[in-house]
Design a protein around this ligand. Structure first.
Ligand SMILES: Cc1ncc(COP(=O)(O)O)c(C=O)c1O
Length: 385
């Protein structure tokens, strides 16, 4: 750091130049991100709550009550009357909390010390971080030919050390929904903690179902489901960082509680101490602003763009990996290696993302990708062909 203060305008100029190097959602060129530009109203509210700290909720009682209301609303969206949980930084932290709750619960009530978590091969890498931090072993369940959890393979790997089973509602690479009802039944019968990672699908599936889309149940209406991750900063249009972790029972928060002596509350269950109230306030605002109807419209619009892209790809002869269930389309050129196609698209200034399983180009049709961008992309793909 330099010794003398620097004029604000000089600093801003430097920052603006660096900011110009960033990609811009508005260009419609970011094809692989699960985030998008937050709604302007949510950003406005976020700024008003920048100094609030939910790590010390006794000092910010109003903002804490906003977090409680958001958790209640998301819980209601997920068929839960009394929801417990927190607005956190994103899906990673939400998944970490869920796995920590499961581990501590199993340790306390079943005496499991060398725990294992069963995750599908399609799970987000955040579970690898969670297992590493919590000293748990990862056991992978295989996928079936439709890239969803193979339930038989899952049953085979359940053991006395299983502290949690994880399934995904909206996989990161393909946007697919695992057979959650079936897995919930197994977890319920075997009394194993069951976590659903709906970081991506949580702000979309309930609304699409409401509009009549034929999607499977994935939420707390299924008795085995103990917790769900839902990210407002993805299709919820809340500013980054906003993830949500919702628990069925308060005891899952209780098993994570540690004493917090110098604060206004006696215990804390979250991973981070000082934490943003702004994320809760902005999420509250954007959820109120859209309401169910607004989110239904948004989710349906995304699916229309998705369908348009899917049909366009099929028409020009690309191999599409699967019928999209949510707003992700993954595809390959019939005669070109995936990396080569990715490089060609990058040269044309598309910010692409390559999926691993199966290897393919994956496009996440977030709100910043409009019909004109898709038409342009299809034109480029046709030329490459
Ligand atoms: C299914 C799923 N879970 C968890 C995450 C992690 O979310 P975040 O990047 O907000 O931590 C992602 C991110 O894309 C995801 O797709």
């Amino acid at each position: 750091m330099q010794d003398e203060p620097i004029d604000k305008n000089v600093i801003l100029e430097e920052l603006s130049k660096l900011h110009e190097l960033d990609c811009n959602y508005g260009d419609g060129r970011i094809l692989g991100s699960m985030c998008t530009e937050a709604h302007p109203f949510a950003k406005e509210v976020y700024c008003k709550f920048l100094d609030t700290n939910l790590g010390d909720p006794g000092l910010f009682k109003g903002t804490k009550s906003i977090e409680n209301k958001v958790i209640e609303s998301i819980g209601e969206l997920l068929s839960l009357d009394s929801a417990y949980g927190n607005i956190v930084t994103g899906g990673t932290e939400a998944n970490l909390m869920a796995i920590r709750a499961a581990r501590n619960h199993a340790r306390k009530y079943k005496g499991i010390v060398d725990g294992e978590i069963i995750i599908p091969k399609s799970a987000h890498f955040s579970f690898k971080k969670a297992a590493d931090m919590l000293n748990l072993k990862i056991v992978e369940a295989q996928l079936d030919e439709n890239y969803k959890i193979d339930v038989e393979s899952l049953k085979e790997v359940i053991s006395d050390r299983t502290v949690a089973i994880v399934a995904i509602a909206g996989t990161t690479e393909l946007g697919l929904i695992d057979p959650i009802e079936e897995i919930s039944q197994i977890a319920f019968e075997k009394n194993i903690y069951f976590h659903v990672d709906a970081a991506f699908g949580g702000f979309s599936i309930p609304f699409l179902k409401q509009r009549g889309y034929d999607l499977p149940d994935f939420d707390f209406s299924l008795l085995g489901v103990c917790s769900i991750t839902v990210d407002p900063h993805k299709m919820g249009l809340a500013p980054i960082p906003a993830g949500g972790i919702i628990f069925r029972k308060e005891e899952y928060l209780e098993v994570m509680a540690v004493d917090s002596p110098y604060l206004t509350v006696k215990t804390q269950s979250t991973i981070v101490g000082t934490r943003l109230g702004a994320s809760s306030a902005a999420t509250y605002a954007v959820m109120k602003y859209f309401g169910r109807k607004g989110y239904c419209d948004l989710a349906e619009d995304l699916m229309k763009t998705t369908r348009f892209f899917y049909d366009g790809l099929v028409e020009i002869g690309y191999d599409v990996v699967c019928e999209p269930e949510l707003n992700i389309v993954a595809f390959n050129h019939p005669d070109m290696e995936t990396n080569e196609l990715a490089q060609k698209l990058e040269k044309l200034d598309w910010k692409v993302s390559v999926a691993k399983c199966p290897k393919s180009i994956r496009v996440v049709l977030m709100n910043h990708i409009k019909m004109n961008h898709i038409k342009e992309l299809l034109e480029d793909l046709k030329e490459i062909y």
